[in-house]
Design a protein around this ligand. Structure first.
Ligand SMILES: [Zn+2]
Length: 284
């Protein structure tokens, strides 16, 4: 589940390896992955990679000649560098896009795991990039400096939903929202518009601290090639039933729509157990 820290470390590692590299050829074996037709992928051939960066949960590979590859990994995509000789035989994933970089003897591959085709790529002219549907509607970046939250969150929506809304704030998904709300000691069901000044401040600090610490962890532990399965330093998400790292109460899970929220009842909900909202639309 690549979110802001995972996409950011991917961008940093690829940027340091590929900046300035010549693109020999580009192909898109995963035919549905390429969402644009003009300009054609062949326009990238002979260009140089000017950098790899992140916007929200998207990766952007800037190329000379005013071209940019915009990539969304969705939940199961990975953008990885391989030795050119590493064979493409791979039953665990599908190859969506391949970029050959001869002077580095490397191949950049967009692969996707699982059965669902969801990751995508667009080749855009640099001047079209910011206007593209995927980027134009994004909210401000959650990190390194979270935006002023009071106005952004001032809606009667539960925090775990509004913080994952990329139009409100960009970069947070299902994993890190649990960690952030636990860090801030706020209920996932608390409404954004009900936060007082101190809670807003705590939440801003939790966003910065949680995402920043994850990124530090990746900086210290990851090198190329980026592994298929990133070792996410989660303390709450996926830890239901285990003791809370802060108070040792048992971490609980609650189902909301089609996913699971993990939280600590003692630290976050005044010892109340949250009700599933799979079946009920009642708010409390
Ligand atoms: Zn706790």
């Amino acid at each position: 589940m690549p979110e802001l820290p995972e996409v950011e470390i991917t961008a940093r590692l690829l940027d340091s390896a590929l900046r300035g590299a010549l693109i020999e050829s580009v192909s898109a074996p995963g035919i549905n992955a390429l969402r644009t037709f003009q300009p054609p992928l062949s326009e990238l051939e002979g260009r140089r990679i000017e950098g790899v960066r992140r916007r929200g949960k998207h990766l952007i590979v800037d190329a000379s000649g005013g071209l940019a590859l915009l990539i969304h990994l969705m939940s199961a995509g990975r953008l990885q560098l391989f030795d050119k000789l590493a064979g493409p035989r791979d039953r665990s994933s599908r190859l969506l896009v391949r970029v050959r970089v001869p002077d580095a003897q490397l191949e950049l591959r967009l692969r996707e795991f699982g059965s669902k085709q969801a990751a995508w790529v667009k080749l855009l002219r640099a001047q079209e990039l910011e206007q593209d549907d995927a980027l134009a509607g994004l909210g401000p970046e959650a990190w390194p400096q979270p935006p002023a939250l009071a106005a952004l969150l001032d809606a009667p929506r539960p925090l775990h939903a509004v913080l994952r809304d990329q139009h409100v704030i960009a970069g947070i998904g299902r994993s890190w929202v649990d960690e952030i709300l636990w860090q801030a000691q706020l209920s996932p069901y608390k409404r954004g518009s009900d936060l007082d000044e101190h809670e807003l401040e705590r939440l801003g600090g939790a966003i910065r601290h949680t995402l920043g610490r994850a990124l530090e962890h990746y900086e210290q532990t990851l090198t190329l090639p980026i592994p298929d399965k990133l070792p996410m330093p989660l303390q709450v998400h996926r830890h239901t039933g285990e003791p809370c790292p802060r108070c040792a109460s048992t971490l609980q899970a609650v189902h909301f729509e089609d996913y699971v929220i993990a939280y600590c009842p003692h630290c976050q909900t005044e010892d109340r157990v949250l009700k599933d909202r799979r079946l009920s639309r009642l708010l409390r």
